[in-house]
Design a protein around this ligand. Sequence first.
Ligand code: NAD
Length: 472
Amino acid sequence: MTVLGTLRSAPIFEPASGEEIGRLPFASAADIDAAVAAAAEAATRWADVSLARRAATMFDIRSVLRERATELADLIVRENGKTREDALGEVARGLESVEFACGIPQLLEGAHSSNAATGLDVHSVRRPLGVVGAITPFNFPVMVPLWMLANAIACGNAVVFKPSEKAPSAPARLAEVLVEAGLPEGVVTVVHGDRDTVEAIVDHPGVAAISFVGSTPVARAVYRRGTAAGKRVQALGGAKNHMVVMPDADMDAAADAAVAAAYGAAGERCMAVSVLVAVGDGGDELVGRIVERAGGLRVGPGAQEGVDMGPLVSREHRDRVAGYLGQAAADGAEVVLDGREAPCAALPGFFVGPSLVDRVAPGSPVYDDEIFGPVLSVVRVPAYEDAVRLVRDNPFGNGVALFTRDGGTARRFARDCGIGMVGVNVPIPVPVAWSSFGGWKASLFGDAHMYGPDGVRFFTRQQVVTTRWPEF
Ligand code: NAD
């Protein structure tokens, strides 16, 4: 274990050029102590601010964030690599969580029983937790923080926020924008760092709860560590999302959806489709249509006009993704589209072109592992039951999509599949902001899903007040 307190830092890269564009100083142990102390002070004052005032602040945050959307999107593009359009979409989806939190007075309404026993009244209230930790991944540097921050602050908490060290500038700017919009200083404090920083936040006695999003091994570790210390933890992990295409599906719509969901954001989305399950004998036709469309995608720097797909986030990640393509061929799968040979692979940034691996065998690394890159695996199965078995047996349970024209099949699939978020003819079924987001199995550790009503429950605890006022 590295000793916190020595000043550490890490390079920040621009994935599109492959160049180092800055260095990120990490918080020391003393910085984290100071951040928690400042947050504790801010939390006490902020929790006393009226619901009406907190709601008004959320409305102001919404307005100012809308004004800063392009500035935030540009920072996302620079350090994450996704396209500008995608980055703007990310900010827009994050804003939906802020819009949800504008309704905080209603969301926190409690229940009241008058004369519950003779002369006795009972009411319930939801109180903030105090200081909470928010730890986020590189792939949505603004949206995932807003999933957490919007509800956490609207509920009256203060947040110690640790964004990903791989794309730190947009979340750091987001925190500044919150203050510009009127959020009191100290309600959100950013601390930069890596594993040591996360562990220091999770272990800190002044932090009451942890909201985490990242990869499954880290989510599991953070969940165990936090709950062992008696804290409330929600830890969302990785995914391996299947898209099942029935023989009766609209094949053009399915091919369009597969291309958008597998290669959008270079596959660096926890709800990306990474396995296509072709049911029956339509596999050749479907693969043909996907390959044709994928071949037409324009790959390049995300800031460039007209680009459909940008680079991966880091050199190590690019090499790891490329390694799966070599492994797939060695395992006997058919690498139909090899992103290592795409023209973009010759660019100086961290590029791999859209890739498709056909006839992938469950049990091989390309099927089993979360690759988190633009690699679509195709598994062919004879019947619906085989497809359901694949999906059910997968250890991840974030999202799944079914493409069919048959309502009965769709209805049954939603019940059979054992996955937290299901799309019917919708490839990326991310729930709207008032309907919480959460996978099952190894995609989420804890009881509470993210944002929406579950977010409000997570960032508050219920208190019941029993009252007797003698009448005369
Ligand atoms: P990551 O797990 O490497 O990092 C996430 C956060 O944890 C970062 O802030 C990082 O600094 C910190 N961290 C890294 N290693 C740690 C360790 N050993 N101990 C404690 N903290 C550590 O994830 P990433 O690469 O930034 O993001 C991609 C992953 O996030 C993918 O697996 C993706 O599926 C997942 N993700 C999930 C969701 C979801 O909603 N389920 C959403 C977005 C991303």
